[in-house]
Design a protein around this ligand. Structure first.
Ligand SMILES: [Zn+2]
Length: 302
């Protein structure tokens, strides 16, 4: 478990890992409020609705509003399920909240009821602003990406789903985001359960595995020794190939020709044995003259 905030490179890698579609807005990777206060150690991930259904809220989140300068979160989440990277570092999304809630998130305990606003949340939470009013449900695409985005953050830090909270659980007065109807916050325990499932899936396991190789390799064909040349099997020849040929003929059932041997000296016995072998192949004439050529050799040693 690490509480050092991710770098821009690291969050992009995590989003890719979990298949969360994202786009980069302006100079998001250096846009932050770090000059106004510390960023980190980080302890959790906070979910918000923006309170507006407009289709492009990037500039609003980037620049902020009167008395609340941007970035208003690290992440925006549009209706089509795209994560918009708005800023990186401290952002104005969490405000002051309850130190007992922070303690619970940090230690992944059951959340207490929030009842005070005494702790800087912008320092300790990543935040996503989901583009919808909160007076109705977010889109299915938004919810699907929310799960991936949260899992991407949790996975990096080694956190569980207990490190996710809704703004309405934090302790900022009057907040009920993320909502599903006017004034009503989503059941965050259900949201956490869904995020837990996304996190447990481990995206690496989803990649198709290469087909496994057969466990028993095909038997290698018996290697056929190279034919040395007709020269070695002529009257008067005496060499180890003649011995080799004779032994193979014996092996193949032509032992009856050899009263003695086989040996290194090429004899009429060798020739007779070869002729019998060639005839057995269905050959005749010069193809069955008792002198081995490449084809005789190949068949004899196959
Ligand atoms: Zn909020």
């Amino acid at each position: 478990m690490t509480t050092t905030p991710m770098t821009p490179t690291q969050i992009k890698a995590q989003l890719k890992k979990f298949g969360a579609p994202f786009k980069e807005y302006k100079d998001w990777d250096s846009h932050n409020r770090n000059h106004k206060g510390p960023w980190g150690p980080v302890h959790g991930f906070m979910v918000h609705h923006t309170g507006s259904d407009s289709k492009d809220q990037r500039e609003l989140l980037y620049r902020g509003i009167t008395d609340l300068p941007g970035p208003l979160a690290q992440f925006g989440l549009s209706q089509d399920g795209t994560v918009h990277l708005i800023g990186w570092g401290r952002a104005n999304h969490a405000g002051l909240g309850d130190d007992d809630v922070l303690h619970a998130v940090k230690n992944e305990l059951k959340l207490p009821q929030d009842n005070e606003s005494n702790t800087d949340g912008n320092r300790h939470f990543y935040g996503v602003e989901i583009w919808y009013s909160g007076s109705h449900k977010m889109t299915e695409a938004q919810y699907a990406t929310l799960r991936k985005l949260a899992a991407a953050v949790l996975d990096f830090h080694g956190w569980s789903e207990k490190s996710v909270i809704g703004h309405g659980e934090w302790g900022s007065p009057g907040k009920w985001d993320p909502g599903y109807a006017t004034g009503k916050m989503m059941g965050m325990d259900d949201v956490r359960k869904d995020i837990k499932a996304t996190l447990a899936k481990k995206p690496d396991d989803e990649k198709p595995k290469p087909p496994s190789k057969p466990t028993t390799p095909a038997k290698p064909k018996p290697s056929i020794p190279a034919f040395p040349g007709t020269y070695y099997f002529r009257p008067g020849a005496k060499n180890s190939y003649v011995t080799m040929l004779g032994r193979q003929l014996v092996k193949k059932g032509y032992k009856r020709f050899y009263k003695v041997g086989p040996g290194a000296q090429w004899t009429a016995v060798d020739r007779a044995a070869v002729r019998a072998f060639q005839t057995a192949q269905g050959w005749a004439g010069s193809n069955a003259d008792g002198y081995p050529g490449p084809e005789t050799w190949k068949r004899l040693f196959s």
